[in-house]
Design a protein around this ligand. Structure first.
Ligand code: HEC
Length: 195
């Protein structure tokens, strides 16, 4: 019995000492459980790193490269009329015209554009019918405010417009990835052919 008491006493003493000792150094993080959650092997972005010439972990991407999921439109084709014309000359859809891509473009178009441009692209979408918003020009029979027939709009012009918007149409670069925008461009070309 005495032995048991002694054991309980010494165990409680250990607990009390451990508990009290945590009070003395208030900058200590105390006993860490599974410290590899905090002290991992990977470099933190702000950590020195001897693997690189400048000794830093955070490196700039190499010149002329495009990170996955980003587009360089902002650098090469600014939100100006010149940028729009340049995009028209140099950009073409990098995705092949397949049923799957077109179907995806159609779904995205119906979700993101049809409330203004209408499901057939004629410019009489649901919010236009409320008479709160002027109708956008029809893709097939309208005229672009930047000159030329809407049915002649090129890959680059449509991609530029979705990215930056134009006048009353807002930009969609934050809602749609470049890949999604290209699939919509593909579908808009189909709507340009409607009579
Ligand atoms: C809030 C309504 C609205 C939404 C949403 C909208 N648009 Fe527009 N869009 C307009 C209006 C209005 C214009 C005419 C603007 C002008 O030229 O003054 C326009 C013009 C355009 C043009 C013609 C650009 C040019 O060079 O003349 C294209 C192409 C176009 N939109 C595509 C799209 C696509 C694709 C989407 C969906 C990703 C979309 N729009 C979403 C209202 C909208």
């Amino acid at each position: 019995m005495n032995k048991l008491r002694l054991l309980i006493f010494s165990l409680s003493l250990v607990v009390v000492v451990v508990f009290m000792s945590s009070c003395f150094n208030n900058r200590s993080t105390g006993l860490e459980y599974a410290p590899n959650m905090y002290e991992h092997k990977a470099f933190d972005p702000d950590q020195p790193n001897e693997n690189f010439k400048d000794g830093k972990t955070a490196q700039l991407p190499p010149d002329g490269t495009t990170p996955v999921g980003f587009d360089r439109l902002e650098d090469d084709y600014p939100n100006t009329l010149e940028g729009y014309e340049a995009a028209s000359k140099s950009l073409s859809n990098p995705y092949p015209l397949t049923m799957a891509n077109l179907e995806e473009g159609k779904t995205l178009y119906l979700n993101m554009c049809s409330h203004c441009h209408n499901f057939d692209g004629k410019g009489n979408g649901s919010i236009i019918k409320l008479q709160k918003f002027p109708p956008p020009p029809s893709y097939s029979t309208g005229t672009s405010s930047r000159g030329g027939a809407m049915k002649d709009l090129t890959d680059g012009k449509i991609f530029h417009t979705i990215t930056y918007g134009v006048n009353l149409m807002g930009p969609h670069k934050y809602q749609l990835t470049p890949t999604e925008r290209w699939k919509i461009v593909m579908y808009v070309h189909e709507l340009q052919k409607l009579q």
